[in-house]
Write a protein that binds this ligand. Structure first.
Ligand SMILES: *Cc1c(COP(=O)(O)O)cnc(C)c1O
Length: 388
């Protein structure tokens, strides 16, 4: 290898701007203060890289980390991340003992309590647990009518020195639709559950229920901590409201370069199923990203930025590639050779947005970023460092 050569550019990359993440974290920390921010870095930090995002969020003022699976928490501990860290979704096969040994806090809804206590007893290390109340979402969490008994069981184990009830928490169901009344109902049930626990003798450190939409729109839901995922990555949880309106900056840019470009006559069919056909002589450009890279197959019509122009994808999105028709914008000259030109599916200011891809695919921005596959290289940049 020649030392003088710059490393080859990634052919397909998700470029993540650490400065944008720091900005988002600082913004959220400021917004919810004195409540603390738990940076939710589950699912590889929504596709952004869990370890990098955990470190960046902590550096910018987040004080806790949250993940769904214990395995995700153990990976962070293995990477040397020592901040308070909560995992909340378990199965009978979850490595509870490893979690307790690694000082990972565990969110518990019911049956897990005895498993965790068993692990703590064996290790002679008290487990750190957060008790979850189902205030209306109907997924995990203890039903309200069993809450008092659940709290009582946990407190009995706490007296034995087998655990410490660190937190009480819940999760919203419709916080992204601020006009709906259910959020108020959930808050009311949460306050009641906290009061029941406190009356029983729970001396918690943190009460938490807010996700990104609640952190942004419901100050009365912040309690001691908010659990923020989407907002860290600079996306909006509210349909029709852009990140900039919320003071957020999208962190990820998904890009590649045009792999082929050719002139075709009218009537040229495009991609599997020939669902698109050119209406006049035009130029087709090939974008080498497809559903194996995490671009939804149903996302035909999604935007691709090339050379200052945004083109909709035409025809079916295939496993590895998709096509844009330069005539669809009405400004493409034939004979244009775009091979090698940067093609951006979504990014920051001036680029198409994750939300446009979500709309094209009938999905939400969360799903688009989370599903970018391992075939796309993650790269990190720091726009503040570059311009400092
Ligand atoms: C994923 C998740 C969050 C983060 O939600 P965002 O809307 O991305 O902020 C918070 N709490 C729980 C329990 C979650 O599963």
């Amino acid at each position: 290898m020649n030392d003088q050569q710059a490393p080859p550019a990634a052919e397909r990359q998700a470029l993540i701007d650490l400065a944008a993440v720091r900005h988002n974290v600082r913004h959220l920390v400021h917004l919810v203060s004195p409540a603390r921010v738990m940076a939710v870095v589950k699912a590889d930090a929504y596709g952004h890289g869990a370890e990098q995002m955990a470190r960046t969020a902590l550096e910018a003022g987040a004080s806790w980390l949250g993940v769904a699976h214990i395995s995700e928490a153990l990976a962070l501990r293995g990477a040397g991340v020592s901040a308070p860290l909560l995992a909340w979704l378990h199965t009978v096969d979850s490595p509870f003992a490893e979690a307790v040994a690694a000082n990972v806090d565990l969110g518990l809804s019911g049956w897990e309590l005895e498993r965790v206590v068993e692990a703590a007893r064996e290790l002679q290390i008290p487990a750190r647990v957060h008790l979850k109340i189902d205030t209306g979402l109907g997924r995990n969490g203890c039903p309200p009518d069993q809450w008092e008994a659940f709290v009582g069981r946990a407190l009995a184990y706490q007296e034995e020195g087998l655990l410490r009830v660190v937190g009480i928490f819940s999760h919203f169901s419709v916080a992204d639709e601020p006009d709906r009344p259910e959020t108020d109902e959930q808050l009311e049930r949460f306050r009641t559950a906290v009061a029941v626990a406190e009356d029983a003798g729970v001396d918690h450190e943190v009460r938490h229920i807010a996700n990104t939409p609640a952190a942004l729109s419901r100050p009365d839901s912040h309690f001691d901590m908010v659990r923020v995922g989407l907002g860290l990555y600079g996306l909006s949880p509210f349909p029709g409201q852009a990140p900039a309106e919320l003071g957020l900056r999208p962190a990820m840019t998904l890009k590649t370069s045009i792999a082929n470009c050719k002139e075709v006559p009218a009537g040229q069919g495009v991609s599997y199923g020939l669902r698109y056909s050119t209406s006049e002589p035009t130029t087709l450009a090939l974008v080498p990203l497809g559903y194996a890279d995490g671009v939804p197959r149903v996302g035909t019509g999604g935007p691709v930025w090339v050379d200052g122009t945004v083109y909709p994808v035409v025809g079916r999105i295939a496993m590895d590639q998709m096509v844009i028709d330069l005539k669809t914008t009405g400004i493409a000259g034939t004979g244009k050779d775009l091979v090698g030109r940067e093609a951006v599916l979504f990014g920051g200011v001036g680029m198409p947005s994750v939300d446009e891809w979500a709309d094209a695919a009938g999905s939400i921005n969360y799903e688009i970023i989370t599903r970018i596959s391992s075939r796309v290289e993650r790269k990190y940049t720091d726009s503040e460092a570059a311009t400092a």
